[in-house]
Design a protein around this ligand. Structure first.
Ligand SMILES: Cc1ncc(COP(=O)(O)O)c(C=O)c1O
Length: 395
């Protein structure tokens, strides 16, 4: 254990199961540890480093902004904030933006917005339906929305007003809908809960049900948004439009930022009803603007589609070679590989020893979320390392 890791265990709350590596530098899809060992990064800061590490477009925008204006209060107008909001609105189906600092905060704000909408338009309805295996964040409210016992049980009693139902089951949403329901919140593809894909008509039928009942559909695109699944936003692939969408993770190209986007009709906050000290600060907004602009100007979603398919093909090749792989699934560059036993931990270590960073999604599954700018070379290298790691673990 390095000195830094000993110090961490002395001073830091033990909330993270860390991999025993201390990263000190990153460039593109590569990172280096304190011993100057190089790794190919297929974790990407948990789907955050959309343009890779220290991308010149992001680094340049941040450097310029850090010498210009870092933070003001939201009592004043600032230009990077307005430019980012305009870019997001012009490239989505939503009309208005609120900026905050993280995914959980964006979802909390979206639920507050839905409750406000319920007060105005649905006789005070306040309940929100979410799904099992979802992940919406770590605040108490979002733990209640997150349909996973391991995240909920340590914190009971949870805030009222959330109902968890089966994913991919429209009847379960219908059965849970009452006069008190104001919204449904869903990840278009469940990320942390397993990279679970929606059935063909699921999102469409949920949209129709929300239209029929007058409830809002909130899409949590915190993990799927900003190009990750091969379109700028995942909803584009399912023929629907949300009333409210939340973003974070990849939006800032590495800097912390979250966003709530809403259609005009759903945008019901009035001054004083919601806010944030740091939300929309010029530094994070300059980084996010540079990230989204680069993605748009350089057809990065086209790259995600091509390289994502190439990665799936490579993983399917491994699956034919190693029957212990039971499933390969995903969209774009959000991919899970599932095994017939709990080998994800040993595989993670075997990959690490060979210079590849991967995420343990479940005891029997790995998740791959590399930067969106990777090419076939990086995929070849990752698939080859995963293959040798599988041989080592399978022995
Ligand atoms: C879909 C989704 N929503 C919300 C969150 C919470 O985001 P944050 O960790 O920035 O609060 C995450 C984080 O993994 C997520 O994947």
């Amino acid at each position: 254990m390095s000195n830094w890791q000993e110090l961490e265990s002395k001073y830091f709350m033990h909330t993270f199961e860390r991999v025993p590596v201390t990263l000190v530098r990153g460039e593109g899809a590569r990172v280096w540890d304190e011993n100057v060992r190089e790794y190919l990064d297929f974790v990407g800061g948990w789907a955050v480093n959309s343009l890779g590490h220290c991308h010149p477009a992001v680094a340049g925008a941040v450097t310029e902004q850090v010498h210009t204006l870092i933070q003001t209060s939201n009592q004043y107008y600032t230009i990077p904030q307005v430019r980012l909001a305009e870019l997001l609105v012009q490239n989505s189906c939503l009309d208005k933006v609120f900026l905050c600092n993280s995914g959980a905060e964006a979802n909390e704000g979206a639920v507050k917005l839905a409750r406000r909408y319920g007060q105005r338009h649905r006789n005070g309805a306040y309940e929100v339906i979410s799904t099992f295996s979802s992940f919406h964040g770590r605040t108490l409210g979002m733990v209640a929305a997150t349909g996973q016992a391991k995240h909920q049980q340590p914190y009971v009693p949870l805030p009222a007003g959330f109902v968890n139902v089966d994913y991919n089951n429209i009847e379960a949403i219908k059965a849970a809908t009452t006069e008190q329901t104001c919204a449904v919140i869903l990840e278009p593809v469940q990320g942390e809960g397993g990279v679970n894909l929606p059935d063909d008509d699921y999102l469409k039928t949920v949209r129709e049900w929300c239209d029929r009942t007058g409830m809002l559909l909130i899409l949590d695109e915190i993990q799927t948004g900003v190009g990750r699944t091969g379109t700028l936003f995942a909803y584009e692939q399912y023929g629907i439009e949300p009333d409210v969408m939340t973003l974070a993770k990849g939006l800032g190209g590495g800097l912390p930022i979250g966003a709530i986007l809403a259609k005009d009709e759903a945008s019901v906050f009035v001054p004083g009803e919601h806010g944030s000290t740091f939300g929309g600060n010029p530094l994070a907004c300059a980084a996010a603007y540079a990230t989204v602009k680069f993605i748009l100007d350089n057809d990065i979603v086209g790259n995600v589609q091509k390289v994502g398919q190439y990665l799936i093909n490579g993983l399917e090749g491994l699956r034919r070679q190693f029957p212990l792989i039971t499933d390969v699934r995903g969209r774009g560059l959000l991919i899970a590989v599932e095994f017939n036993s709990d080998i994800a931990g040993s595989l993670l270590t075997a990959c690490l020893e060979r210079g590849l960073l991967v995420n343990r999604l479940k005891p029997n599954a790995l998740r791959l979320m590399p930067p969106l700018i990777i090419g076939n070379n990086e995929v070849d290298q990752a698939v080859s390392i995963l293959g040798t790691a599988l041989s080592a673990v399978a022995d």
